[in-house]
Design a protein around this ligand. Structure first.
Ligand SMILES: *Cc1c(COP(=O)(O)O)cnc(C)c1O
Length: 480
């Protein structure tokens, strides 16, 4: 399978090439040249497969440059019950006898759905780097979930080091403890004296220094990585199969959304022939995506106008993966996508209402909604009372917006994107008690912490990276 850019560059190489690429050279995102279709008989053949074998069946058509046996072995190493704490990785639980189901995606190492793709990324990075005799130094910024998922995924990986910037003192106590209790030689936690945007600006500044970037083999694990999107498509298949519906009968999904990566993976599954009906984009107060699907106009919100909410992982004003969706809506017209996205970069809206493109949006059956802090608390409380099930604030946004779009006879699968333990303060505000947590995290706040406090200064950061990598040389020897 060849990959192309959403901005029109035709040949970006194969899966392993786009895996390590980040943005395409023309500034666009990698997309497969075509989307393989699963017919009804192909879908039937997926029944009864274990999660790793299902992942193989779904992902293989997109990953043709890794030998079949290697890919299968790699997926079996990734999706293990001792990592995801469940025999089938992503259990589907019905809420009482309602039409609502929770797809549990957050039983992995960091207690958020990002583990589903990030664990795969850890394995495939190590595999591809090994074959190429290369190393990768991941530089990232996190406000919480991405950092811990990335660090747990890269633990013990000989060819990968992680430098993760977070805003000093601004993550939840639990999130800080999760990251800073890691004492691995390849993980470097840097608490920046600033806010999340400062951390992101530091990452951009380092990446803008091309010689430094090349010399120190700097890369990223952000949500535009195609491998993450692809790995996330698998659990949509898993949920559909678990429902045991009559052939062709559709299922609706509701997805708490920020960067549009998770719900786009659902659209990928739908485009591959999975009988998905509505794909519901649930936003919080930062409702740029809801604006688009309800009015036809996409308008990026600058960082200073993005509100800090109680579903913080959805506090995003520019949904990077949305470019992939627009590319498909434009019927793979790279020039059109470039025009739209360059406008977005200048703060201009993409206004599609009334155009032929809007007909394509309508046909894609996306729906949307927004919720507020009060909605979130009410939903957490109500789902706890009615079904005895505690959910996290992000999942609550998804459940609430999903309920508004229920259709007779169609199951609504709500994606559980984090466990309540991760956002204990808000859950306690809703139900008056502190949510339970898996045993391995019981006293994590008391564990010793390893992290470096750093001023918001790119020169200090570069010197730190150079010194640490200098010290590691000799321990990690990628020579072959
Ligand atoms: C990252 C995240 C989201 C948003 O997912 P996107 O793929 O960015 O849309 C929602 N909920 C939680 C808990 C997250 O960590």
């Amino acid at each position: 399978m060849k990959y192309v850019s959403t901005r029109g560059t035709p040949d970006l190489g194969q899966f392993s090439d786009v895996l390590l690429m980040g943005l395409a050279p023309d500034g666009g995102l990698a997309m497969p040249e075509s989307i393989p279709a699963f017919g009804p008989a192909d879908l039937e053949a997926l029944r009864g497969l274990s999660y790793p074998d299902l992942a193989f069946a779904v992902m293989r058509p997109f990953i043709t440059d890794v030998p079949e046996d290697d890919l299968r072995a790699l997926l079996h190493r990734t999706y293990r019950s001792d990592v995801f704490h469940s025999a089938d990785m992503t259990p589907l639980t019905r809420l009482g006898d309602s039409q609502l189901y929770l797809l549990e995606l957050s039983n992995g190492p960091s207690l958020a759905f990002k583990d589903m793709a990030m664990q795969f990324l850890g394995e495939i990075f190590e595999y591809v780097l090994e074959r190429r005799g290369e190393v990768l130094n991941i530089l990232g910024a996190t406000s919480g979930d991405t950092g811990s998922a990335a660090e747990y995924a890269m633990l013990g990986k000989a060819r990968v080091n992680v430098f993760m910037l977070s805003p000093h003192g601004r993550m939840s106590t639990f999130q800080q403890a999760q990251m800073f209790s890691l004492h691995e030689p390849n993980i470097f936690n840097i608490a920046v004296e600033g806010v999340f945007d400062d951390c992101q600006d530091l990452v951009k500044a380092v990446n803008a220094d091309a010689p430094f970037k090349a010399r120190y083999e700097i890369g990223a694990v952000n949500s535009i990585n195609w491998a993450r999107v692809l790995a996330q498509a698998v659990y949509y298949f898993k949920a559909y199969l678990a429902l045991n519906l009559a052939p062709g009968q559709p299922v609706d999904f509701s997805v708490p959304s920020g960067n549009f990566g998770n719900v786009f993976a659902g659209y990928l599954a739908k485009s591959m022939g999975l009988p998905v009906g509505q794909l519901i984009v649930a936003s919080n107060e930062n409702d740029v995506l809801h604006d688009f699907f309800s009015s036809g106009t996409y308008h990026v919100r600058p960082a200073e106008r993005v509100a800090m909410t109680s579903s913080p992982s959805m506090d995003i004003g520019k949904a990077s993966n949305f470019e992939r969706y627009l590319y498909l809506i434009a019927d793979r017209d790279g020039a059109q996508t470039r025009t739209w996205w360059e406008g977005v970069g200048r703060g201009e809206p993409v206004a599609l209402h009334g155009s032929a493109h809007w007909d394509a949006v309508t046909a894609s059956e996306f729906r949307s909604g927004r919720s507020t802090h009060a909605d979130r608390l009410n939903t957490i409380r109500r789902i706890d009372r009615e079904y005895g099930r505690l959910i996290d604030p992000h999942t609550a946004d998804g459940v609430l917006v999903g309920e508004r779009h229920l259709r007779p006879g169609v199951p609504m699968v709500c994606l559980e994107t984090a466990l309540p333990a991760k956002f204990g303060e808000t859950v306690q505000e809703a139900v008056g008690r502190i949510p339970g947590r898996p045993e391995r995290f019981l006293n994590i706040e008391d564990a010793p912490r390893t992290f470096e406090v750093m001023p918001n200064d790119v020169q200090v950061l570069k010197a730190y990276i150079a010194a640490k990598l200098g010290a590691l040389k000799g321990e990690v020897s990628p020579t072959r």
